[in-house]
Design a protein around this ligand. Sequence first.
Ligand SMILES: Cc1cc2nc3c(=O)[nH]c(=O)nc-3n(C[C@H](O)[C@H](O)[C@H](O)COP(=O)(O)OP(=O)(O)OC[C@H]3O[C@@H](n4cnc5c(N)ncnc54)[C@H](O)[C@@H]3O)c2cc1C
Length: 515
Amino acid sequence: MQLTPGRWGDPAHPVDLPSAARDALKHLGVRRTAAEPVAPTDRPGLTEAQLSFLGQVVGDEHVASDLDSRWSHTRGYSTTDLLRFRAGDTSDLPDAVVYPASHDEVQAILTGSAAAGLAVVPYSGGTSVVGGLAPSRRFVTLDLRRLDQMVELDEVSRTATLQAGVRGPAAEALLAERGYTLGHFPQSYEGASIGGYAAARSSGQSSAGYGRFDQMVVGLTLATPRGTIELGRAPMSAAGPDLRQLVLGSEGAFGIITSVVVRIRPRPTERHFEGWRFESFDTGLAAVRRLAQDGPLPTVLRLSDEVETAVNLADPDVLGGGSGGGSGGVLAIIGFDGPYNQATADVLTAAGGKNLGAEPGETWRVGRYRAPYLRDPLLDEGALVETLETAAFWSRIPALKTAVTEALVGALGTTPPLVLCHISHVYETGASLYFTVICAQSDDPIEQWRTAKRAANQAIADAGGTISHHHGVGTDHRDAYATEIGPLAVESLRAVKHALDPDNVMNPAILLPES
Ligand SMILES: Cc1cc2nc3c(=O)[nH]c(=O)nc-3n(C[C@H](O)[C@H](O)[C@H](O)COP(=O)(O)OP(=O)(O)OC[C@H]3O[C@@H](n4cnc5c(N)ncnc54)[C@H](O)[C@@H]3O)c2cc1C
């Protein structure tokens, strides 16, 4: 799928806003205010010498300096990114887009970039939602789409070596030909790539069964301005700190991950999805914690709160009311790659859950990538829609959820929002919380969201959550991340960056505040 710049989703399969949603927007005071999109205007790009350096490495035909190519690589897909795109904001337009085809070409560009006066932004799928593709100064984007090969599949060890530019669906297709799966299905699956998964520590919808992406990576190759680093000689090692974990989540600040070795699993021959009803989010929370701590975990485990359940269910009777008005309660989805596990269902039943059967589960499975498609039509209607996420230990989850919800409602008070929440990534010791916010746009929706996000970030910090469970740091979370880890940790990361990237050409201003 080729994403349309500034608009999420497969352009061949757009989603229309359901009429019920249009009606609901009226209750939120949403009025059609969205301005007509503004076309971008160009500005001078690279010098002849810079273009010549890049062309010598990758071939002139793989260096694009036209406005369309650069505009389509401008920032990612957060709501503020989309709004700035609509406003024709070119302040973070790349000066050129370069398409290397191999590790060696990436390495040659990074080795020569300081001398050529170039800052470099790695771009795998371009789906960042935290300002990960927008550095503070002029730059070239290295689009890794030509690094699209499965280099090796080791069936004995059950590992695959995948290049950074392999998109999620392509990775699954390559593995499926040999009977395997990676099992990584983030909601951005249609657009995101292997390199971005690793660089931003992605977590997919099947994380209960397959783990986060950083748990799947057993090895990687990193090109830096100082040279190449290969990590992951064995699945585990006591030979010093695990440097793979230093690169995972480094978001291009240290170098470019050109390939990863990932753990793979046999492709399941059957899958089962079903819905469960709980009386309240709190009872559902106790049930999913029970599964996370004592098992047996399914592959997919999600729990929506009351607001998300009400907003997402077209038919409230799915929850079993039967009277046309629904019966309240919250919806959980469980899924199994492989045989159905009755023991999981028994835990949910013992915790007060009611099995709603396969239909709600199948509805979720079929639409699992479609919810974000609604954001652009909602923006068109004058609504502000955005998501944010965090994680915490179980004991802090209830207070964290309340604090973030109150912060968002308080900050968006003049345009009262709907705040939806779900849990979709669980661990023995805690879980993530994922919030969706919908309200009427103010006259300045970008500043409106930034104010709300600042309030939410503060609430997360105060309530003991982390600034990101899986979206990463980028520029949006940079300052909050520095506060979260403290000045000595920031200094240590700066020292690593300085060792690998002494001229600060790699994704400047991403991850760490510029000193
Ligand atoms: C609609 C939508 C839904 C989403 N759902 C999820 C979800 O369910 N789970 C989840 O984890 N995330 C989700 N995201 C966020 C995003 O998809 C993830 O962060 C993903 O891992 C980014 O992958 P990408 O290939 O698009 O990376 P990019 O956006 O290209 O890059 C992300 C960051 O890493 C850097 N980078 C990219 N490639 C490399 C590389 N090879 N080496 C070093 N640095 C690199 C970039 O410069 C940038 O800073 C969602 C985003 C959208 C728009």
